[in-house]
Design a binder for this molecule. Structure first.
Ligand code: 4NP
Length: 162
């Protein structure tokens, strides 16, 4: 059984698909694609079925990540039985997930940026949707740092080796 990791933001078109693609690249580069399954979703349903925002695709593409194949979906009840790690981009997302989280959820629910080393002052990935291009590059900086830390955590905690 792989370790199953779900990234969650509000719309699933900017931050969580970026985390999805970046972490999947890290997992593949480490030779762990068979051991770690990655997915993303949004707490909201406005963009269900849509590809990631063009600005996210552009910013990610400049660093060699491809997002074009991803499609937005909304957090579903069975995600709590399917995923071992459910990682939110900000505290609003985390609160919304906690409200839907069944008492018997056996996995870990928290903020993605808790895995950054060093940890930033804020553990939230700022929503770039209504801002300028720099916000999308900032999302990538934060996500890349947290992805490296999360991979280390999974390798250590689950005894993974490629
Ligand atoms: P995301 O960004 O949560 O990082 O995907 C957003 C995308 C869409 C909206 C808000 C945030 N929206 O309000 O439609």
């Amino acid at each position: 059984m792989p370790v199953n990791v779900l990234f969650v933001c509000l719309g699933n078109i900017c931050r969580s698909p970026t985390a999805h693609a970046v972490f999947e690249q890290r997992v593949a580069a480490a030779g762990l694609a068979e051991h770690i399954y990655v997915d993303s979703c949004g707490t909201g349903d406005w963009h269900v079925g849509s590809p990631p925002d063009n600005r996210s695709q552009q910013a990610a593409g400049e660093r060699g990540y491809r997002l074009a194949h991803l499609r937005a979906r909304q957090l579903a009840g069975d995600d709590f039985s399917r995923f071992d790690y459910i990682l939110a981009m900000d505290r609003q997302n985390l609160g919304d997930i906690q409200q839907r989280c069944p008492a018997d959820f056996a996995g870990r629910l928290g903020l993605f940026l808790q895995y950054c080393d060093p940890q930033p002052v804020s553990l939230e990935v700022p929503d770039p949707y209504y801002g300028g291009e720099r916000g999308f590059a900032r999302v990538l900086d934060l996500v890349e740092s947290a992805a490296d830390g999360l991979l280390l955590e999974l390798v250590e905690h689950h005894g993974l080796a490629s």
